[in-house]
Design a protein around this ligand. Structure first.
Ligand code: TXA
Ligand code: MG
Length: 316
């Protein structure tokens, strides 16, 4: 723990960005916004700093982290680059996409980041605050979502503060995250494989590569160690595909239904994704026994939303 230390609240102005960057270079933990969710960042080359991420999250150490970069020049020396990686990067970076690539031998990165795997997850986020911070820090930044392991992901600075308390040295407050769901993870270390659905669909990736993207199998624990079934869990039980809501349930609607909160009354999946974690946080705060959720169409961003919801509903 960090006896006597208060978490600094920083704004993304020049002073706040410089302070956040200098904390990162000093091996401290800084939560920062990306367009997907808030990340809990640390210098990816610093074993102590990366260990502090795992400690703050209470995260099993076999679950590897995504490393964030401001530009391709800093990213490429870490990995074995390929034509497929180039095509994907050109189409989707900066953006809500993570690539898993072979780790280049001699790359300067803590072994704790990759959890001993011979691959590494890398990402170039699009949110201006994230890009400004990464550029100012000048170091690769390892960052999982900035929440205690297994809890709902943070899409606002207040969510980070509520989940991690003073276990983080600073929180850079850039307001709500635009996408609101974690990045799509595409494995390119072997056959192109969708490791986690997210803001960019499997179809869009397949279109750029001119080939079908394989789907990960539920039992495939080696290629995506973090994809445990129970995840993104509110304290309440979760009931999916609710056509009607029972008395006493907290209700989360989609489309033209009456509910406590509605992800998108007009049935817009992009709006629903952006609201998902914030609304789960809000309903859970009222400590209901059950949160009942309307069916979400299983297409486009709906695939990623349903992935997170089924994990939230999984036995735990
Ligand atoms: O949108 C996001 O991706 C956010 C922001 C902060 O960038 N980050 C995020 O990180 O969601 P996290 O740690 O919650 O999820 C990272 C996922 C985990 O499921 C982990 O197992 C997987 O990436 N992963 C990391 N390195 C991997 C690797 N070498 N091979 C396969 N999966 C990997
Ligand atoms: Mg997470």
């Amino acid at each position: 723990s960090r006896p006597g230390r208060m978490t600094e609240r920083l704004l993304p102005d020049p002073t706040g960005l410089a302070r956040a960057a200098s904390l990162l270079r000093d091996g401290r933990l800084v939560a920062f916004p990306t367009e997907t969710v808030y990340g809990l960042g640390a210098d990816a080359r610093d074993d102590h700093a990366v260990a502090a991420i795992y400690a703050a999250k209470g995260r099993p150490s076999f679950n590897p982290l995504i490393v964030h970069f401001a530009d391709l020049d800093a990213l490429k020396p870490m990995v074995t680059w390929s034509d497929e990686a180039e095509a994907i990067a050109e189409s989707f970076w900066p953006g809500p996409l993570t690539l898993v690539l072979p780790l280049r031998e001699g790359a300067r990165v803590s072994k704790l980041v990759t959890a001993g795997l011979d691959t590494i997850a890398v990402r170039m986020p699009a949110a201006p605050v994230a890009r400004d911070l990464l550029r100012a820090a000048g170091v690769p930044v390892a960052a999982p979502s900035a929440n205690v392991s297994g809890q709902i992901s943070p899409t606002r600075a207040e969510h980070v503060a509520a989940s991690l308390g003073d276990r983080v040295d600073a929180i850079l407050d850039g307001g709500p995250c635009k996408v609101g769901l974690e990045s799509t993870i595409l494995g390119l270390a072997g056959r192109p494989t969708l490791l986690r659905p997210g803001g960019i669909t499997r179809e869009a990736l397949g279109h750029v590569l001119g080939r079908r993207i394989a789907e990960r199998h539920g039992s495939d624990t080696i290629s995506a160690p973090g994809q445990t079934r129970s995840h993104y869990a509110p304290r309440a039980a979760v009931r999916l595909n609710a056509i009607e809501f029972e008395p006493g349930e907290a209700s989360l609607g989609f489309g033209e239904v009456e509910a406590d909160l509605n992800l998108s009354p007009s049935g817009d999946l992009t709006e629903a994704a952006a609201n998902l974690f914030e609304y789960l946080h809000r309903l859970d705060a009222k400590a209901p026994k059950v949160i009942a959720i309307s069916p979400i169409p299983h297409l486009g961003l709906g695939v990623a939303i349903n992935d997170r919801l089924s994990r939230a509903a999984a036995d735990r």
